[in-house]
Design a protein around this ligand. Structure first.
Ligand SMILES: Nc1nc2c(ncn2[C@@H]2O[C@H](COP(=O)(O)OP(=O)(O)OP(=O)(O)O)[C@@H](O)[C@H]2O)c(=O)[nH]1
Ligand SMILES: [Mg+2]
Length: 453
C-alpha cells in the first residue's frame, strides 16, 4: 500500500505555470474530485503520459482554473505508482486550493524528496541516481548539470554494479572452497581473480580522484585574488560579481580581511576570495589581514595576480606574484589599462597575462575565457565524477578493502581471511547504489530534498 501524497512541485512564488503532483493508491479517484476533462473522460480512462485539457474545480465544484492533466500508470511512472500531474496557472492561491481538494480526497502532504524516495524504494532509481536528481536541481553551472544528468542516466551505477557482481562471484568461489575444505582454488583461477580485482581497484582509484573535481562542481573552485594594496583586487571581484560586494577606495590597505563570494566565471563556479593587499606593515589589523591573504592563497586552486599597470612593479608585487604562482593554476592581470601603461605583459612571469580595466569592465571576457580554458574543458563531466562525501567515503572504503583483499591473496592467506575483505568491499560499494543501506541513513539522504521532488 502506498499512501496517496500530494505537493506543489514548482515552488511557492507566483509563476506562469504551477504543477501539482500526486502519487499513490487511489490517485485517479482523488484527482477526479478536483478535475473535469473537456472531453468528458474520467482520469482513469485517460491515456498515460498525454496532456488532457480540463477545468480545476473548487470545493463547491465551481471552476477555479483551466488546467492540463497528465496521468501515468504504475509501474511506468517516476515513482513507479499511479501518478497524476496538474499544470495550473501558477497563482499560489490556485495551487493551494488544488492541494486542499486533494487532501479532502484522502491525500496527505508529501515530505521532502518523498516522490524520489518512492522511486528509489520501487526500484526505479538507485541511490546514486536519486542523489543525481538533487544535484541536478541544485546545479549552478552547465558542467554540474551535465555530470548530474550523466549520473541520473546511471553512469555511476554502470561502473559500480559490475564490480559488485564480480566480487560476489569471487566470494561464491571462496565460499565453495571453505565448504569443501579439502579442495583448493586452482592457481590459474587465483591469478585470474587477482587480475580482475586489480582492474576493479583501478576503476575505484579513478573515481576517488574525480572527487576533487566533483567538489569543485558542487561547491566551487577555491580561487583567490592577490596583489599589492591599491592594485584593484576588490574592483576586480566587484566587476566579476556584477555588484559592489566589497569596499573600493583609493586608500591603500582598504581591504583588511578576506571576503569570499561564489560566482560563475567562464562557466565555472568559483569561490572567489578577495584579500588584503600584500605589503610589510606595522598596522596590527592589516598585518593579520595579510596573514589571512597568504592562507587563502595556500588553499586556492586558482590564483589571479592583479597588478596596477600604471605604476612600476615593486617588492610587494614580487611577493604577491611569488605567492600566486604556488597555486596549481594562476593567471596574471595587468589592471588599469585605461591609464598609461608602465608594466608590460613580458614583465610578469606567468603563462597567461591579460590586460583589463576592472573599473571600466574591459577585458573581463578574456578572463572568463581563460578560466573556462583551465576548468571547463579538462575531462568532460559525463556523470563519472563523484560529487558527494557519502559516495566518496564508500569508494574509499571499498578500494581499501580491495587492496587488503589483493594482498591477502598474494600472501596466500586462508579463504576465510580473504572472504572478510571481499565482504567488506562489497558492503561499502553496495552503499553507493543503496543496495545495502540502513533505513535511517536513506531517510537522512531524502530529507535534504525539496518538497515536490
Ligand atoms: N583607473 C583605474 N582605476 C582603478 C581600476 N581598478 C581599480 N581602480 C582604482 O584603484 C583604487 C584601488 O582599488 P581597489 O579595488 O580598492 O584596490 P585593492 O587592490 O582592493 O586595494 P586594497 O584593498 O587596498 O588592497 C580605487 O580608487 C579604484 O577605483 C582601473 O581599472 N582603472
Ligand atoms: Mg581591496
Amino acid at each position: 500500500m502506498a499512501h496517496l501524497i500530494a505537493a506543489v512541485a514548482t515552488g511557492r512564488e507566483a509563476t506562469a505555470i504551477g504543477i501539482v503532483r500526486l502519487t499513490g493508491d487511489g490517485c485517479f479517484d482523488a484527482v477526479e474530485k478536483i478535475f473535469v476533462a473537456k472531453n468528458g473522460k474520467k482520469p482513469h480512462e485517460l491515456p498515460s503520459r498525454l496532456l488532457t485539457f480540463g477545468t480545476l474545480l473548487d470545493e463547491d465544484g465551481k471552476p477555479l482554473d483551466e488546467v492540463l492533466l497528465t496521468v501515468s500508470r504504475a509501474p511506468y511512472s517516476y515513482t513507479g505508482e499511479d501518478t497524476a500531474e496538474l499544470q495550473c496557472h501558477g497563482a499560489p492561491a490556485v495551487l493551494t486550493a488544488a492541494l486542499e481538494g486533494l487532501y479532502r480526497a484522502g491525500a496527505r502532504p508529501a515530505g521532502p524528496g518523498e516522490f524520489t524516495r518512492r522511486a528509489f524504494l520501487n526500484g526505479k532509481l538507485d541511490l546514486s541516481q536519486a542523489e543525481a536528481v538533487m544535484d541536478l536541481i541544485d546545479a549552478t553551472t552547465v558542467q554540474a548539470a551535465k555530470n548530474a544528468a550523466g549520473q541520473l542516466g546511471g553512469a555511476l551505477l554502470r561502473k559500480i554494479t559490475p564490480i559488485c557482481d564480480g566480487i560476489t562471484d569471487i566470494l561464491a568461489h571462496f565460499h565453495a572452497v571453505l565448504d569443501y575444505s579439502d579442495e583448493d582454488l586452482p592457481p590459474f583461477q587465483l591469478a585470474q581473480f587477482r587480475k580482475t580485482l586489480a582492474g576493479y581497484r583501478d576503476t575505484l582509484v579513478a573515481l576517488e580522484q574525480s572527487y576533487r573535481r566533483g567538489r569543485f562542481l558542487r561547491s566551487g573552485v577555491p580561487a583567490v585574488i592577490l596583489g599589492r594594496p591599491n592594485a584593484g583586487k576588490s574592483s576586480l571581484l566587484n566587476a566579476l560579481a556584477g555588484y559592489e560586494r566589497v569596499i573600493v577606495t583609493d586608500i591603500p590597505g582598504t581591504t583588511r580581511d578576506t571576503v569570499a563570494e561564489a560566482m560563475v566565471v567562464g562557466g565555472t563556479l568559483l569561490r572567489l576570495t578577495d584579500t588584503a593587499g600584500i605589503r610589510e606593515t606595522e598596522d596590527k589589523v592589516e598585518k593579520q589581514g595579510v596573514e589571512r591573504s597568504l592562507r587563502a592563497a595556500e588553499e586556492a586552486e586558482l590564483s589571479i595576480f592583479v597588478c596596477d599597470s600604471s605604476c612600476p612593479l615593486d617588492e610587494n608585487d614580487h611577493r604577491a606574484m611569488e605567492e600566486a604562482k604556488k597555486a596549481p593554476h594562476s593567471i596574471a592581470v595587468l589592471n588599469k589599462c585605461d591609464l598609461a601603461p608602465v608594466v608590460k605583459s613580458s614583465d610578469l612571469p606567468f603563462e597567461t597575462v591579460l590586460t583589463i580595466s576592472a573599473k571600466e569592465g574591459t577585458g573581463l571576457e578574456d578572463l572568463e575565457k581563460a578560466v573556462a580554458e583551465i576548468f571547463a574543458q579538462n575531462a568532460p563531466a559525463d556523470g563519472s565524477i563523484l560529487t558527494n562525501a557519502r559516495q566518496y567515503s564508500a569508494v574509499l572504503r571499498g578500494r581499501t578493502a580491495l587492496d587488503n583483499l589483493i594482498s591477502a591473496m598474494d600472501m596466500g592467506l586462508t579463504p576465510d581471511a580473504v572472504l572478510t575483505d571481499a565482504e567488506e568491499a562489497l558492503s561499502a560499494l553496495d552503499e553507493i547504489t543503496g543496495r545495502s543501506m540502513r533505513e535511517d541513513i536513506v531517510s537522512r539522504i531524502f530529507e535534504r530534498f525539496c518538497v515536490g521532488k
